[in-house]
Structure formats: structure tokens, C-alpha cells
Design a protein around this ligand. Sequence first.
Ligand SMILES: [Cu+2]
Length: 125
Amino acid sequence: MRSVFFSLCVVAFAAGMSSCKSSSSPAAPTPSSNGGTQAQKTITIPASDIYGSTNYSPRTVTVQVGGTVVWTNRDGEKHTSVSDTGLWSSDIAPGADFTRTFPTAGTYNFHCTLHPAMTGTITVQ
Ligand SMILES: [Cu+2]
């Protein structure tokens, strides 16, 4: 019985009937299924905790080649975004943000010069 139905379905598929065609085709991939590589990512610096400590959130992001990263300072004090290799350096005042475009694939580490525990990594791919 099962093989008869399968055979009928194959015949119907060969004839171009959509009802069997759709059930035998794999689902189309969705655009967001590639791990989240995007043209722009935002790194937030949240308000300090009760110990006066904060950090980049998230500390690691991945963007497309040519994409941009925006650092947003939501804390009440100044922070910075400084490349470990000297590619960029910017103060980020409370409430302000800093945007940088990454035209070249690679891994870019950065830190805050004012708070040694604040470090992060950007992957451009
Ligand atoms: Cu800082």
C-alpha cells in the first residue's frame, strides 16, 4: 500500500503536480540561518553595577566585511574604544556612541584604556 502511494506520488511529481512537489522538496533556507553575520552590530556599555564595574556587551561580535560596529555608552562615566594594534582610538562620553567601519576581514581586539578589565573582539568575515 505504501509503495503504491509512493509510486503515484513520483508519477505526480514527474507530471509537475505541485502537491507532491512541495512535500518532496527540502525547506528553503532562511536568510538568518547563517549564524548572525550582519552589516551592523551594536556593543553597549551598560550602567555600572554596585561595584562600579561594567564591560562591553556583548564582548565579541561578528560583522560582514564592510560592516560597521557601534559602541554605545549607557554608563554615567566616560569609556573608550581603543584597538589593541592602534587602528583606532576614541573616547566615548556618557550617552554618546562611536561608530567604525571594518572594510577588511580579520580579528580585531580592543579595550578601554580607563578600565583594564574591559576588552572585546570583533570578527570581520
Ligand atoms: Cu571603560
